[in-house]
Design a protein. Sequence first.
Length: 77
Amino acid sequence: MTTETQAFALLQGDEFVELYKVLKVQGLVNGGGEAKHVITEGQVTVNGEVDTRKRKKCVVGDLISFNGTNIEIVPAQ
């Protein structure tokens, strides 16, 4: 199984993004409700560890994994 890595750029002036928003914006789930559900169910890892906090503040350098896809938080362009 190939693992795909995507970049998620923070918005200018933002220091973090909430975990559920990353899944939603990257199109890995159908909406915020589904994102919150898969996080609560323990299907998402942050930096290699399961994290069930829907509103976890993800910062530059964090690596989020869900369903075979890795997402790295990167600085605003």
